[in-house]
Design a protein around this ligand. Structure first.
Ligand code: GAP
Length: 566
C-alpha cells in the first residue's frame, strides 16, 4: 500500500487536516485504473447483457428507505470499550476472538460472548459491555429549514426498484430486463480499520434483473455459461468444514446447489469478470450464504470472495435472488402498482362469481357509504344470509336481499404478476484493492531488485510508455510522434525522456505499465522500434506502421506478447 500511495493510486483523504477513517482519495493513476475496472464491468453488463445504465440521485427521501427496510433494520451491532471509549463492531470483535457464528447472534448473546475478547484499539479485555444496534445510514434534511428527512443511499439498488414502472415501459412491457447503475453508496461504518475494504463512501456497480418468477430456470443465454466450471463452497460444506467442490453451472443447478439458472449465470459471469480484471482464479471462491445468514426475503445468495494475505477472504461481490420483496414493498409504501401484465398463450376460461348489488335500494339505505360498499362487495364472500364487509373501522352486514349472485364463465387473457429480482452487486473499491494487492510483486532485473505491478493490461492506468533512447538527433521527435499516434487511437501513452533507460523502465514497472516502446538509432534506418513486455522483460522489434494496432491488440487481450517473438 505504501507504493500505491507513493505512486498516486490511492491515499487518505484530506490528509492535511488529519485523515478520516472510511474515506479515501483515488490519485491520478488510481482514478484511471478504477475507471478501467468500471468500464470492463460495463462491457459485461451493458454490451454483453444489454442492460442499460441509469443514474439516480445519491440522496433519496425517507419513504424509499422505510419501504426498503433500511430505516428500521439497516444496522450493525455496536459496543463501546469501557477502557478507551472507542466504539466497536461487536461481531467483528467476536470474530477476532475466534467466536463462531457471531454474525447470527442477537445482542444479548453477543454481549455475553465478547466478555473475554480484546478491544482492538487499546488491547484491554472488554468485560461486560452492552451491545446495541447502530443504523448505518447517513441522514440529512432536504431543503433549507425543512423537516423533510432524506438519506444518503446505502446501496444503488433502491433507485432501480422505485424506477420499475418507467423501466418496464422503456423495455416495452417485456420480461426479462435489467437496469444497472455504477455510483457512490454511503454507510456510516462503526470502526472502519481496513483501508479500501471498509469505507464510509464507496462505489457499487449493481444490476437488477427483473424476471418472471416461473421462468427463473430459463435464462435465455444460459448456454453461454452452463459448462463454466469453478469451485463452489456450499452452505452444507461450510457446516461440515469441507473444501469447495468444483462443478459446472449446469451441474450446480441440476443438483439444486444453486437455486436457479439466473443465479448460476451471474455467478459464472462474475467469475469471468473478476478473472478478466486480473484476479487470480486460485485466490477466488464463491461462498453460499448459510440459511440464517441470508436476508429473510432472499432464496439464494452467493458471495464472490477474494483472498487477501492481509484480510483473509473478503466478500467482493454478492449475487442474490431477492424474490419480489422490493417491488412489493415499494408498491405497498407508494401505492403505485409494481406489476406487469403477462398475457397467456391462449385465453383461459374460468368460473367467476359476481355480486350484482341492488343499487336503487343500497344507494338510498347507505347514502354516502354506498360507493365504498359497492367496492367492498366485489371481493366479499357471501353466504345465503348475506355478506359481511368492513368499511374503515366499521363492520357492515349486507342482507342477501340487496344483491344478486351470478355465476359466470369468463375468458381471462392474462394476469398481473410481480417480477422477481436477481441482483449481482459489486464493490468496485474492493475489486480495485484486490487488483492492486495481487499485482504487487518484486523480482530481480539486471542484478537489481525490481518492484513491479503486474496489472492486467486492460486495467493498467498507463497502457504504453514511449522512450527516445536519447533526447536528441531526432529520436525525441519520432518518439513524440509515436506518442501522439497512440493518443489518436485512444491508447494512454506516456512520453518519458528523463534519466537512464533502465530507470525509465523501473518507473513504468512500478506503476504497472504493461508495454514500453524505445526509439533508438536503428529506428531511423529501419522504421521500427523495440516493444518491451513488462512481465517477461522480453523485447520484440515492431514496424512503426504496425505499432498502434499491435499495442491496441495487446491491451485488449486479443494477442499475447509471446506471439510477437516468433
Ligand atoms: N444491494 C445489495 C448490497 O448492497 P452488500 O453485500 O451490502 O449488498 C455489495 O454490498 C458489495 O458492496 C459488497 O460485496 C462489497 O463489495 C461492497 N461494500 C459493501 N459495504 C462496503 C463498504 N463499507 N466499503 C467498501 N465496499 C463495500
Amino acid at each position: 500500500m505504501e507504493l500505491a500511495k507513493r505512486r498516486g493510486f490511492i491515499w487518505p483523504t484530506s490528509e492535511c487536516y488529519g485523515a478520516v477513517a472510511g474515506f479515501i482519495d483515488y490519485g491520478p493513476l488510481g482514478a484511471m485504473m478504477k475507471r478501467r475496472v468500471e468500464n470492463i464491468w460495463r462491457d459485461f453488463y451493458i454490451v454483453q447483457e444489454g442492460y442499460y445504465e441509469i443514474e439516480c440521485p445519491n440522496i433519496a427521501q425517507e419513504a424509499v428507505f422505510i419501504a426498503s427496510g433500511h430505516v428500521k433494520g439497516f444496522s450493525d451491532k455496536m459496543c463501546q470499550c469501557p477502557h478507551c471509549r472507542e466504539y466497536l463492531r461487536a461481531d467483528h470483535v467476536a470474530e477476532a476472538g475466534n467466536i463462531r457464528n457471531a454474525s447470527v447472534m442477537n445482542n444479548d448473546e453477543l454481549s455475553q460472548a465478547i466478555t473475554s475478547c480484546i478491544c482492538p484499539a487499546c488491547e484491554e479485555i472488554l468485560g461486560n459491555v452492552e451491545v446495541f444496534n447502530f443504523n448505518l445510514m447517513f441522514s440529512t434534511t432536504i431543503g433549507p429549514g425543512s423537516q423533510r428527512v432524506g438519506y444518503l443511499r446505502p446501496e444503488t439498488a433502491q433507485g432501480m426498484f422505485v424506477d420499475f414502472p418507467r423501466l418496464l415501459r422503456f423495455y416495452r412491457d417485456k420480461l426479462p430486463f435489467g437496469a444497472v447503475q455504477i455510483g457512490k453508496s454511503y454507510r456510516n461504518e462503526i470502526s472502519p480499520r481496513q483501508g479500501m475494504i471498509r469505507l464510509r463512501e464507496f462505489t457499487q456497480a449493481e444490476a437488477e434483473v427483473f424476471v418472471h418468477p416461473a421462468l427463473k430456470n430459463h435464462h435465455p443465454s444460459f448456454p453461454r455459461y452452463k459448462e463454466y466450471r469453478m469451485p463452489l463452497l456450499t452452505w452444507v460444506q461450510q457446516e461440515r468444514c469441507e473444501d469447495p467442490v468444483e462443478m459446472s453451472m449446469q451441474e450446480a443447478v441440476d443438483r439444486g446447489i444453486i437455486a436457479n439458472e439466473y443465479v448460476a449465470y451471474y455467478v459464472a459471469l462474475t467469475h469471468e469478470l473478476l478473472v478478466t480484471i486480473g484476479i487470480k482464479p486460485e485466490r477466488l471462491r464463491f461462498r453460499q450464504h448459510l440459511p440464517d445468514e441470508r436476508a429473510h426475503y432472499a432464496t439464494d445468495c452467493w458471495d464472490a470472495e477474494v483472498f487477501s494475505p492481509r484480510f483473509g477472504w473478503v466478500e467482493t461481490v454478492g449475487i442474490v435472488d431477492r424474490t419480489d420483496y422490493d417491488l412489493r414493498a415499494h408498491a405497498a409504501q407508494s401505492g403505485t402498482p409494481m406489476t406487469i401484465f403477462i398475457q397467456y398463450d391462449e385465453p383461459k376460461r374460468t368460473k367467476r362469481r359476481r355480486i350484482i348489488p341492488n343499487m336503487s335500494v343500497l344507494g338510498k339505505q347507505y347514502r354516502t357509504k354506498a360507493k365504498a360498499i359497492l367496492a367492498a362487495l366485489e371481493t366479499a364472500i357471501p353466504t345465503s344470509d348475506g355478506a359481511d364487509i368492513r368499511i374503515g373501522e366499521e363492520n357492515i352486514h349486507i342482507p342477501a336481499s340487496l344483491f344478486e349472485i351470478r355465476d359466470e364463465v369468463i375468458e381471462v387473457r392474462g394476469e398481473d404478476i410481480t417480477p422477481h429480482v436477481i441482483e449481482p452487486s459489486y464493490g468496485i473499491d474492493r475489486m480495485c484493492y484486490a487488483v492492486l494487492e495481487q499485482a504487487y510483486d518484486e523480482d530481480i532485473a539486471d542484478g537489481e531488485k525490481r518492484t513491479i505491478m503486474r496489472l492486467s493490461p486492460n486495467v493498467a492506468p498507463v497502457q504504453v510508455a514511449v522512450f527516445p533512447l536519447m533526447s536528441r538527433d531526432g529520436l525525441d521527435i519520432i518518439a513524440g510522434d509515436i506518442t501522439h499516434a497512440f493518443h489518436r487511437k485512444g491508447i494512454l501513452a506516456e512520453y518519458d525522456d528523463s534519466g537512464a533507460i533502465g530507470r525509465r523502465y523501473r518507473r513504468q514497472d512500478e506503476i504497472g505499465t504493461p508495454f514500453a516502446v524505445t526509439v533508438d538509432y536503428d529506428t531511423k534506418d529501419t522504421n521500427s522500434v523495440t516493444l518491451r513486455d513488462r512481465d517477461t522483460m522480453s523485447q520484440a522489434r515492431i514496424p512503426v506502421a504496425e505499432l498502434t494496432d499491435t499495442v491496441g491488440a495487446l491491451v485488449a487481450g486479443r494477442i499475447k506478447f509471446a506471439s510477437l517473438l516468433k
